[in-house]
Design a protein around this ligand. Sequence first.
Ligand SMILES: [Cu+2]
Length: 343
Amino acid sequence: MSSAHYTSHHVPSRSSAERRSDAVALWAVVSLLLGILVAILGFFAVMVWADAHNAKDAANRAAAKVSGGAATADMPGMPGMAAGDMAPAASGLRSFAGAAPANADALATAHKPYPAALPAAPAGPVANVDLLTDITVQIAPGVKYSAWAWAGGAPGPIIHVRQGQLVKVTLTNKGAIPHSVDFHAARVAPDKAFGDVLPDKSVSYTFRANDPGVFMYHCGTKPVLMHIANGMYGAIVVEPRPGALPKADRNYVLVASEWYLASDGLRTAAQFDMNKAHARQPDWMTFNGYAGQYVKHPLVAKPDELVRFWVVDAGPVSHAFAAVDEGQVGLLNVGNVQGTMSH
Ligand SMILES: [Cu+2]
Protein backbone atom coordinates (compact mmCIF):
# COMPACT_ATOMS: atom_id res chain seq x y z
CA MET A 1 0.00 0.00 0.00
CA SER A 2 2.79 2.43 0.77
CA SER A 3 4.25 2.13 -2.74
CA ALA A 4 0.89 2.90 -4.37
CA HIS A 5 0.59 5.89 -2.08
CA TYR A 6 4.09 7.09 -3.07
CA THR A 7 3.40 6.73 -6.80
CA SER A 8 0.11 8.58 -6.81
CA HIS A 9 1.76 11.63 -5.36
CA HIS A 10 4.77 11.71 -7.61
CA VAL A 11 3.36 11.82 -11.14
CA PRO A 12 3.77 15.49 -12.04
CA SER A 13 1.61 15.61 -15.20
CA ARG A 14 -1.65 14.60 -13.56
CA SER A 15 -4.33 17.07 -12.58
CA SER A 16 -5.29 17.64 -9.00
CA ALA A 17 -8.72 16.19 -9.83
CA GLU A 18 -7.09 12.99 -11.02
CA ARG A 19 -4.91 12.93 -7.92
CA ARG A 20 -8.01 13.37 -5.77
CA SER A 21 -9.69 10.56 -7.64
CA ASP A 22 -6.59 8.40 -7.13
CA ALA A 23 -6.62 9.22 -3.45
CA VAL A 24 -10.31 8.28 -3.20
CA ALA A 25 -9.63 5.00 -5.02
CA LEU A 26 -6.65 4.35 -2.78
CA TRP A 27 -8.68 4.84 0.39
CA ALA A 28 -11.45 2.71 -1.04
CA VAL A 29 -8.91 -0.11 -1.47
CA VAL A 30 -7.48 0.50 2.01
CA SER A 31 -10.95 0.46 3.49
CA LEU A 32 -11.85 -2.71 1.63
CA LEU A 33 -8.68 -4.49 2.75
CA LEU A 34 -9.15 -3.30 6.32
CA GLY A 35 -12.73 -4.52 6.17
CA ILE A 36 -11.58 -7.94 4.96
CA LEU A 37 -8.91 -8.03 7.69
CA VAL A 38 -11.48 -7.19 10.36
CA ALA A 39 -13.81 -9.83 8.99
CA ILE A 40 -11.02 -12.46 9.01
CA LEU A 41 -9.92 -11.53 12.53
CA GLY A 42 -13.54 -11.51 13.63
CA PHE A 43 -14.04 -14.93 12.14
CA PHE A 44 -11.05 -16.32 14.02
CA ALA A 45 -12.20 -14.64 17.21
CA VAL A 46 -15.61 -16.29 16.83
CA MET A 47 -13.94 -19.64 16.14
CA VAL A 48 -11.73 -19.34 19.23
CA TRP A 49 -14.69 -18.28 21.35
CA ALA A 50 -16.88 -21.07 19.98
CA ASP A 51 -14.14 -23.56 20.69
CA ALA A 52 -13.75 -22.39 24.28
CA HIS A 53 -17.52 -22.23 24.64
CA ASN A 54 -17.94 -25.78 23.33
CA ALA A 55 -15.20 -27.04 25.63
CA LYS A 56 -16.85 -25.37 28.60
CA ASP A 57 -20.27 -26.72 27.60
CA ALA A 58 -18.83 -30.20 27.24
CA ALA A 59 -17.17 -29.97 30.66
CA ASN A 60 -20.38 -28.69 32.21
CA ARG A 61 -22.41 -31.42 30.54
CA ALA A 62 -20.00 -34.03 31.85
CA ALA A 63 -20.14 -32.53 35.34
CA ALA A 64 -23.95 -32.36 35.21
CA LYS A 65 -24.07 -35.96 34.06
CA VAL A 66 -21.92 -37.09 36.97
CA SER A 67 -23.82 -35.12 39.60
CA GLY A 68 -27.12 -35.94 37.89
CA GLY A 69 -26.36 -39.63 38.06
CA ALA A 70 -25.53 -39.38 41.74
CA ALA A 71 -28.63 -37.32 42.44
CA THR A 72 -30.90 -39.70 40.56
CA ALA A 73 -29.51 -42.66 42.45
CA ASP A 74 -30.01 -40.69 45.64
CA MET A 75 -33.73 -40.15 45.18
CA PRO A 76 -35.41 -43.27 43.86
CA GLY A 77 -38.44 -42.87 46.10
CA MET A 78 -39.06 -39.17 45.57
CA PRO A 79 -42.71 -38.87 44.60
CA GLY A 80 -42.98 -35.10 44.68
CA MET A 81 -40.79 -34.51 41.68
CA ALA A 82 -39.19 -36.62 38.98
CA ALA A 83 -35.45 -36.26 38.47
CA GLY A 84 -36.09 -34.96 34.94
CA ASP A 85 -37.99 -31.98 36.36
CA MET A 86 -34.74 -30.53 37.62
CA ALA A 87 -33.30 -29.50 34.30
CA PRO A 88 -29.74 -28.19 34.14
CA ALA A 89 -29.60 -24.41 34.23
CA ALA A 90 -27.93 -22.41 31.47
CA SER A 91 -24.61 -22.67 33.33
CA GLY A 92 -24.76 -26.46 33.13
CA LEU A 93 -24.94 -26.68 36.93
CA ARG A 94 -27.73 -28.94 38.06
CA SER A 95 -30.40 -27.12 40.02
CA PHE A 96 -32.27 -28.70 42.91
CA ALA A 97 -34.63 -25.73 43.22
CA GLY A 98 -38.11 -26.72 44.30
CA ALA A 99 -37.27 -30.32 45.19
CA ALA A 100 -39.93 -31.52 47.61
CA PRO A 101 -41.23 -34.74 49.10
CA ALA A 102 -44.91 -35.75 48.71
CA ASN A 103 -45.75 -34.54 52.22
CA ALA A 104 -44.10 -31.12 51.72
CA ASP A 105 -47.30 -29.25 52.56
CA ALA A 106 -47.74 -31.10 55.85
CA LEU A 107 -44.09 -30.50 56.67
CA ALA A 108 -44.44 -26.78 55.90
CA THR A 109 -47.47 -26.60 58.21
CA ALA A 110 -45.67 -28.45 60.99
CA HIS A 111 -42.54 -26.34 60.59
CA LYS A 112 -42.05 -23.96 63.50
CA PRO A 113 -41.25 -20.66 61.78
CA TYR A 114 -38.17 -18.73 62.76
CA PRO A 115 -39.44 -16.07 65.17
CA ALA A 116 -39.20 -12.89 63.10
CA ALA A 117 -40.46 -10.62 65.91
CA LEU A 118 -37.71 -8.35 67.20
CA PRO A 119 -36.81 -9.45 70.75
CA ALA A 120 -36.47 -6.80 73.44
CA ALA A 121 -33.10 -5.13 73.86
CA PRO A 122 -31.44 -5.96 77.16
CA ALA A 123 -31.72 -3.28 79.83
CA GLY A 124 -28.67 -1.59 81.29
CA PRO A 125 -25.43 -0.47 79.74
CA VAL A 126 -24.15 -3.85 78.54
CA ALA A 127 -25.74 -6.31 76.09
CA ASN A 128 -24.37 -9.82 76.48
CA VAL A 129 -24.43 -11.84 73.28
CA ASP A 130 -23.63 -15.55 73.46
CA LEU A 131 -23.14 -17.42 70.21
CA LEU A 132 -22.60 -21.14 69.88
CA THR A 133 -21.85 -23.00 66.70
CA ASP A 134 -23.95 -26.02 65.84
CA ILE A 135 -24.98 -28.16 62.82
CA THR A 136 -27.76 -29.44 60.44
CA VAL A 137 -30.87 -27.45 59.62
CA GLN A 138 -33.95 -27.67 57.42
CA ILE A 139 -34.12 -25.02 54.72
CA ALA A 140 -37.38 -25.98 53.01
CA PRO A 141 -40.07 -28.61 53.63
CA GLY A 142 -38.23 -31.91 53.73
CA VAL A 143 -34.94 -30.41 52.53
CA LYS A 144 -32.07 -31.01 54.93
CA TYR A 145 -28.80 -29.15 54.79
CA SER A 146 -25.58 -29.96 56.55
CA ALA A 147 -25.01 -26.51 58.01
CA TRP A 148 -22.48 -24.81 60.20
CA ALA A 149 -24.99 -22.71 62.05
CA TRP A 150 -25.18 -20.49 65.09
CA ALA A 151 -26.82 -21.73 68.25
CA GLY A 152 -28.86 -24.36 66.46
CA GLY A 153 -30.11 -22.34 63.51
CA ALA A 154 -29.41 -20.31 60.42
CA PRO A 155 -29.74 -17.41 60.66
CA GLY A 156 -28.37 -17.14 64.17
CA PRO A 157 -30.33 -15.45 66.92
CA ILE A 158 -31.63 -11.93 66.26
CA ILE A 159 -29.59 -9.62 68.44
CA HIS A 160 -31.22 -6.40 69.59
CA VAL A 161 -29.23 -3.70 71.32
CA ARG A 162 -29.66 0.02 71.85
CA GLN A 163 -27.53 2.69 70.23
CA GLY A 164 -24.66 3.54 72.55
CA GLN A 165 -24.85 0.23 74.42
CA LEU A 166 -21.66 -1.73 75.02
CA VAL A 167 -22.06 -5.12 73.35
CA LYS A 168 -20.14 -7.99 74.88
CA VAL A 169 -19.92 -10.88 72.43
CA THR A 170 -18.89 -14.35 73.52
CA LEU A 171 -18.40 -16.97 70.82
CA THR A 172 -18.10 -20.57 71.93
CA ASN A 173 -17.09 -22.91 69.14
CA LYS A 174 -18.92 -26.22 69.50
CA GLY A 175 -18.16 -27.15 65.91
CA ALA A 176 -15.43 -29.31 64.45
CA ILE A 177 -13.42 -26.58 62.71
CA PRO A 178 -12.37 -23.00 63.53
CA HIS A 179 -15.01 -20.26 63.31
CA SER A 180 -15.24 -16.57 64.12
CA VAL A 181 -17.79 -13.78 64.19
CA ASP A 182 -17.64 -10.45 62.38
CA PHE A 183 -20.19 -7.82 63.44
CA HIS A 184 -20.87 -5.19 60.80
CA ALA A 185 -22.33 -3.04 63.55
CA ALA A 186 -18.86 -2.78 65.10
CA ARG A 187 -16.15 -0.38 64.05
CA VAL A 188 -13.51 -2.97 64.64
CA ALA A 189 -11.04 -4.33 62.11
CA PRO A 190 -12.05 -7.93 61.32
CA ASP A 191 -8.48 -9.17 61.66
CA LYS A 192 -8.13 -7.59 65.12
CA ALA A 193 -11.13 -8.73 67.16
CA PHE A 194 -12.72 -11.31 64.92
CA GLY A 195 -9.94 -13.89 64.79
CA ASP A 196 -10.53 -17.63 64.51
CA VAL A 197 -11.82 -19.52 67.52
CA LEU A 198 -10.65 -23.12 67.66
CA PRO A 199 -13.09 -25.98 68.42
CA ASP A 200 -14.13 -26.13 72.10
CA LYS A 201 -12.65 -22.68 72.70
CA SER A 202 -14.39 -19.44 73.60
CA VAL A 203 -13.55 -15.85 72.84
CA SER A 204 -15.06 -12.60 74.10
CA TYR A 205 -14.79 -9.05 72.89
CA THR A 206 -16.73 -5.84 73.24
CA PHE A 207 -17.75 -3.05 70.93
CA ARG A 208 -19.82 0.09 71.35
CA ALA A 209 -22.97 0.01 69.17
CA ASN A 210 -22.66 3.59 67.95
CA ASP A 211 -24.31 3.19 64.54
CA PRO A 212 -28.08 2.63 64.48
CA GLY A 213 -29.64 0.29 61.94
CA VAL A 214 -29.77 -3.37 61.07
CA PHE A 215 -26.49 -5.12 60.29
CA MET A 216 -25.42 -8.62 59.52
CA TYR A 217 -22.99 -10.61 61.54
CA HIS A 218 -21.23 -13.58 60.05
CA CYS A 219 -18.37 -16.00 60.39
CA GLY A 220 -15.23 -14.49 58.92
CA THR A 221 -13.15 -17.66 58.74
CA LYS A 222 -11.79 -18.62 55.33
CA PRO A 223 -13.27 -19.53 52.95
CA VAL A 224 -15.78 -16.92 54.15
CA LEU A 225 -18.10 -17.66 51.23
CA MET A 226 -18.45 -21.24 52.42
CA HIS A 227 -18.92 -20.33 56.09
CA ILE A 228 -21.69 -17.84 55.32
CA ALA A 229 -23.28 -20.13 52.74
CA ASN A 230 -23.32 -22.92 55.32
CA GLY A 231 -25.48 -20.83 57.62
CA MET A 232 -23.09 -18.69 59.65
CA TYR A 233 -24.94 -15.40 59.37
CA GLY A 234 -27.45 -13.41 61.37
CA ALA A 235 -28.77 -9.93 62.10
CA ILE A 236 -28.13 -7.39 64.81
CA VAL A 237 -30.53 -4.48 65.23
CA VAL A 238 -29.07 -1.38 66.82
CA GLU A 239 -32.14 0.52 67.98
CA PRO A 240 -31.74 4.25 67.27
CA ARG A 241 -31.95 6.70 70.17
CA PRO A 242 -35.54 7.37 71.36
CA GLY A 243 -37.39 9.75 69.05
CA ALA A 244 -35.29 9.06 65.97
CA LEU A 245 -38.01 6.85 64.48
CA PRO A 246 -41.76 6.79 65.15
CA LYS A 247 -42.65 4.08 67.63
CA ALA A 248 -43.68 0.92 65.81
CA ASP A 249 -46.44 -1.35 67.07
CA ARG A 250 -44.60 -4.36 65.68
CA ASN A 251 -41.03 -4.97 64.62
CA TYR A 252 -40.09 -7.85 62.36
CA VAL A 253 -36.62 -8.91 61.27
CA LEU A 254 -36.09 -10.58 57.90
CA VAL A 255 -32.68 -11.99 57.01
CA ALA A 256 -32.39 -12.85 53.32
CA SER A 257 -29.96 -15.53 52.21
CA GLU A 258 -29.27 -18.16 49.57
CA TRP A 259 -28.49 -21.88 49.69
CA TYR A 260 -26.29 -23.75 47.20
CA LEU A 261 -26.87 -27.48 47.26
CA ALA A 262 -24.71 -30.33 45.98
CA SER A 263 -27.73 -32.68 46.17
CA ASP A 264 -31.49 -32.29 46.69
CA GLY A 265 -31.27 -32.79 50.47
CA LEU A 266 -34.40 -34.95 50.59
CA ARG A 267 -32.97 -38.22 51.87
CA THR A 268 -29.67 -37.10 53.24
CA ALA A 269 -28.58 -33.60 54.20
CA ALA A 270 -27.20 -31.63 51.26
CA GLN A 271 -23.67 -30.26 51.30
CA PHE A 272 -22.47 -26.91 50.00
CA ASP A 273 -21.71 -26.56 46.27
CA MET A 274 -18.90 -24.02 45.74
CA ASN A 275 -19.36 -24.00 41.94
CA LYS A 276 -22.97 -22.89 42.30
CA ALA A 277 -21.99 -20.24 44.82
CA HIS A 278 -19.43 -18.84 42.39
CA ALA A 279 -21.96 -19.03 39.55
CA ARG A 280 -24.50 -17.24 41.81
CA GLN A 281 -26.96 -20.02 41.14
CA PRO A 282 -28.77 -20.72 44.41
CA ASP A 283 -31.18 -23.63 44.74
CA TRP A 284 -33.14 -21.91 47.50
CA MET A 285 -33.53 -18.29 48.58
CA THR A 286 -35.01 -17.75 51.99
CA PHE A 287 -36.12 -15.26 54.60
CA ASN A 288 -34.82 -16.36 57.99
CA GLY A 289 -33.40 -19.57 56.61
CA TYR A 290 -36.47 -21.51 55.46
CA ALA A 291 -38.26 -21.23 52.12
CA GLY A 292 -41.77 -19.84 52.23
CA GLN A 293 -42.21 -20.11 56.00
CA TYR A 294 -44.09 -16.81 56.31
CA VAL A 295 -46.48 -17.84 53.55
CA LYS A 296 -47.58 -20.90 55.50
CA HIS A 297 -47.22 -19.04 58.81
CA PRO A 298 -47.87 -15.37 57.96
CA LEU A 299 -46.52 -12.55 60.07
CA VAL A 300 -49.43 -10.67 61.62
CA ALA A 301 -50.54 -7.11 62.23
CA LYS A 302 -53.77 -5.31 63.00
CA PRO A 303 -55.25 -2.58 60.79
CA ASP A 304 -53.71 0.86 61.41
CA GLU A 305 -50.72 -0.55 63.26
CA LEU A 306 -47.29 0.74 62.35
CA VAL A 307 -45.19 -2.25 61.33
CA ARG A 308 -41.43 -1.89 60.94
CA PHE A 309 -39.39 -4.44 59.01
CA TRP A 310 -35.67 -4.69 59.69
CA VAL A 311 -34.36 -6.35 56.55
CA VAL A 312 -30.79 -7.46 55.97
CA ASP A 313 -29.40 -9.25 52.94
CA ALA A 314 -26.94 -11.68 54.51
CA GLY A 315 -25.77 -13.40 51.37
CA PRO A 316 -23.37 -14.99 50.71
CA VAL A 317 -24.05 -13.55 47.31
CA SER A 318 -26.06 -10.65 48.39
CA HIS A 319 -23.07 -9.98 50.64
CA ALA A 320 -21.16 -10.88 47.45
CA PHE A 321 -18.49 -13.12 48.87
CA ALA A 322 -18.37 -15.01 45.57
CA ALA A 323 -17.19 -11.73 44.05
CA VAL A 324 -14.58 -11.41 46.79
CA ASP A 325 -13.29 -14.90 45.99
CA GLU A 326 -13.00 -13.86 42.35
CA GLY A 327 -10.94 -10.83 43.19
CA GLN A 328 -13.47 -8.01 43.56
CA VAL A 329 -12.11 -6.81 46.87
CA GLY A 330 -9.91 -3.97 48.08
CA LEU A 331 -9.02 -1.83 51.02
CA LEU A 332 -9.22 1.89 51.65
CA ASN A 333 -6.67 3.01 54.19
CA VAL A 334 -7.88 6.26 55.74
CA GLY A 335 -5.09 8.04 57.57
CA ASN A 336 -2.92 5.87 59.74
CA VAL A 337 -5.32 4.70 62.41
CA GLN A 338 -4.50 1.25 63.75
CA GLY A 339 -7.23 -1.29 64.37
CA THR A 340 -10.23 0.63 63.09
CA MET A 341 -12.39 -0.34 60.19
CA SER A 342 -16.06 -0.42 59.37
CA HIS A 343 -17.83 -2.06 56.46
CU1 LIG B 1 -17.43 -20.40 60.40
